[in-house]
Design a protein around this ligand. Sequence first.
Ligand SMILES: Cc1cc2nc3c(=O)[nH]c(=O)nc-3n(C[C@H](O)[C@H](O)[C@H](O)COP(=O)(O)OP(=O)(O)OC[C@H]3O[C@@H](n4cnc5c(N)ncnc54)[C@H](O)[C@@H]3O)c2cc1C
Length: 380
Amino acid sequence: MDFHLTDEQLDIQQMVRKFARNEIAPIAAEIDENSRFPVETFEKMGELGLLGLLIPEQYGGVGQSVLTFCIAMEEVAYACASTSLSYLAHSVLCAHNLLCNGSDEQKKRYLPDLASGKKLGAIAMTEPDVGSDVLAIETFAERRGDEYIVNGSKTFITNAPVADTFLVYVRTDRALGPKGLSQLIVERGFPGFSIGEAFHKMGMRGSPTAPIFFQDCRVPVENLVRGENKALSIILGGLDVERTVGGSMAVGAARAAFDRAVAYSKERRQFGQPIALFEMILEKLANMSMDIEAAQLLTYKACALCDEGVRCSAEASHAKLFASEASVRACSEAIQILGGYGYMREYEVERMLRDARMGTIGGGTSEIQRLIIAREVLKR
Ligand SMILES: Cc1cc2nc3c(=O)[nH]c(=O)nc-3n(C[C@H](O)[C@H](O)[C@H](O)COP(=O)(O)OP(=O)(O)OC[C@H]3O[C@@H](n4cnc5c(N)ncnc54)[C@H](O)[C@@H]3O)c2cc1C
């Protein structure tokens, strides 16, 4: 066991930290206020190689590990949570998923543009009537000759308004239950595919979320990933990495709230002394610090297992569940420490709490993470 990052990881961390603090943090409040997707940020992230961090060089990326990706993700989330959510959907849920499951031809066709940021990616699993019970997907794809004809709809799709490449889970066999699911690559512009109006959200407002619709949408058979009725293992395997990276997003956001709280508690004076000297404030800071340390360690452990290629449902759920709930606690306590100022928009911690709240819902709710962990515990 080695708790030290490599020199290369430290270099990447420094590079992303500098970029995120100079280019992402200064516009975080503005993109939240205007519900604006920061296209310019993603262009720069593409130039820096951040969008292809997980993609091997042969497909136009940099070929780094899940751990290194999470180190970068933490820095992006520290600067702006909604930018990190769109980054996760693009780089992990779409590009990395395709890397793990696509054919060589599909990877050659789609990954270079995703790695450079020329095209943005999304994943479409959730439906209006299918959320936590994800294996009950109803959107149906029927094979006709060289095409699938897809009918149905998906909702809450991160990046849908700006994405070009969608990985879409569909049902291809109604009799097979969870084993009757397949994954298709759908391009913006395919006939019969449309994108709805973006939702107005509580937080994560710089990351656009919208429903998508399929009305006799025609998808070429060569865009079927892995084979018909083969999506169950894609869904289960992909969620380990998604949840692990979700953990690092939450750690980055929690660190940002914590640093604001520490700085403020040293500056703010009441009763003739800095509030940092009051024991009840110190207790909050100690709890936040312990939460962040634990969340980061759980996340790094899940990263290590993902990088070994080992299935790690329980560890990924530990990371995602603990880190997302720790992040909500940290943002809420940061508001408390900042007092009335914490409740005001200019001080940013209120935005951080609105953003953090999403972490306990997206990628599987906290209740579902607890179910997964409990089932694994009983199984082991
Ligand atoms: C901002 C945002 C972005 C998102 N991005 C994407 C995306 O890019 N792609 C995508 O496919 N989806 C996306 N989602 C959808 C997200 O994954 C779902 O919202 C989530 O899985 C929960 O599904 P649901 O909202 O339908 O809630 P439901 O499943 O209806 O759950 C409602 C409540 O019931 C609880 N519950 C459900 N089942 C059980 C059970 N068995 N035991 C105990 N409690 C239970 C839940 O925990 C929750 O509290 C996004 C969601 C949000 C908010």
